[in-house]
Design a protein around this ligand. Structure first.
Ligand code: AMP
Length: 380
């Protein structure tokens, strides 16, 4: 199957040819023709499935036939739960917009940074990628109008419908015109997502992409039994002794992420933290330095980690296990992508044993367990 067989044409195909996309991913095969046909779409898919291009490409193609929007009236609204995801989605829009004959201006807006520059950039924008709070601020400031929105995308809807966003989402949905195309992506189909799909989507094309079983076969999983006090030294030992590079470490709290980074640095390992209490600038820089290999370790708390796409990540370390098996699968799924073999290391304290068994059972894959108390950690 080729991208042209999905109904994409002209300049978009030229840009795809120049990209590293050779054939469409399954979600793209299913979603692109449906979106081009103006259908509502429900996609159960995670980051890594290729879901972003599956809505960006057909939306850009639809814009080729659209009349221009009135000033400050956007036509397509993409709602996302985090700033990182907002930037990623926006970069895909920008990349595929380069050669279009009818120019389409897209913009990303999110909180945590000054609102004024965003207000000024809104001039002429037709596609907006936004987090809910900042979108409402802009609408309330009359910097932006939603009355011409005819395409709505909810990306990572399960996160968007979290308690923290619920009221804001309700307000936004109430402001949109009723006649529009709705596209909703979610990693899971829980109760909240189910309710909103019933409410929002009309006769949707439903696409479910389950995490590829074989994909987990490309990931080597090792569980280290370790006591609390030895987690830090063990991490540093593994990084130094095994010469690990581009290591993504997960902690369960912001505080722990900061303290792990601090200890890595005083032991001569370059590291930065990525979490919700960092400024937007610091988060963007951390991700950039990590992607380019300028730092060895990125330590992320779960909240900030959702949706971050770093292709071909070699090593993921669960410094602390997440509470939910789904989050574990999501974390571990960041390695071993696209045919590359990945390594997923999990630190398992005595109190985590039972929980780790539950996680592995859910995943259907078992880690090799290593007793770390035989490892000499002196000097780490
Ligand atoms: P996403 O799930 O949208 O975050 O995409 C995950 C990764 O897959 C991104 O790095 C994309 O650039 C990449 N990707 C998406 N579609 C394709 C494709 N058809 N061929 C190769 N890479 C792709």
């Amino acid at each position: 199957m080729s991208f042209s067989a999905l109904g994409l044409t002209g300049p978009l195909l030229t840009t795809i040819d120049k990209s590293d996309y050779s054939t469409p991913y399954p979600i793209q095969e299913a979603a692109i023709p449906a979106i081009l046909a103006g259908k509502d779409v429900l996609g159960i898919a995670q980051t890594g499935s290729g879901k972003t291009a599956s809505f960006v490409l057909p939306i850009l193609q639809q814009f080729q036939k659209k009349a221009p929007a009135s000033n400050r009236h956007i036509k397509a609204l993409v709602l996302v739960p985090t700033r990182e995801l907002a930037m990623q989605v926006a970069s895909v829009f920008t990349f595929f917009s380069t050669n279009l004959s009818r120019k389409v201006k897209s913009l990303t807006v999110y909180g945590g940074v000054s609102i004024n520059p965003q207000m000024m950039q809104l001039q002429g924008v037709e596609i907006l990628v936004a987090t809910p709070g900042r979108l409402l601020d802009l609408v309330n400031n009359k910097a932006l109008y939603l009355s011409e929105v005819d395409i709505l995308v909810l990306d990572e809807a399960d996160k968007l419908l979290n308690v923290g966003f619920k009221a804001e989402m309700g307000q936004i949905l109430a402001m949109l015109p009723t006649k529009r195309q709705n596209i909703l992506f979610s990693a899971t189909l829980g109760k909240d997502v189910h309710t909103i799909t019933e409410m929002l989507l009309h006769d949707p094309v439903t696409i479910e992409i389950t995490p590829d079983e074989e994909h987990f076969d490309d990931i080597k999983q090792i569980g280290y039994r370790v006591t609390e006090a030895r987690r830090g030294p063990l991490l540093r030992y593994l990084i130094k002794e095994q010469g690990l590079r581009q290591v993504l470490v997960f902690t369960s709290s912001v505080h722990k992420a900061d303290s792990v980074v601090h200890k890595l640095k005083i032991n001569g390992i370059s590291a930065l933290a990525l979490h919700s209490e960092k400024s937007q600038g610091a988060r963007t820089d951390a991700l950039r330095y990590f992607k380019s290999g300028e730092i060895t370790v990125l330590v992320a708390s779960d909240l900030a980690s959702r949706g971050i796409d770093i292709p071909y990540l070699p090593v993921v370390v669960n410094y602390e296990l997440p509470r939910s098996p789904k989050d574990f699968i999501h974390r571990v799924g960041r390695t071993g992508r696209a045919g590359a073999t990945g390594l997923a290391i999990s630190f398992v304290g005595p109190e985590d044993e039972q929980h780790f068994r539950v996680i592995q059972k859910k995943m259907g894959k078992w880690a090799d367990m290593v007793e770390s108390d035989t490892v000499n950690l002196r000097g780490y």
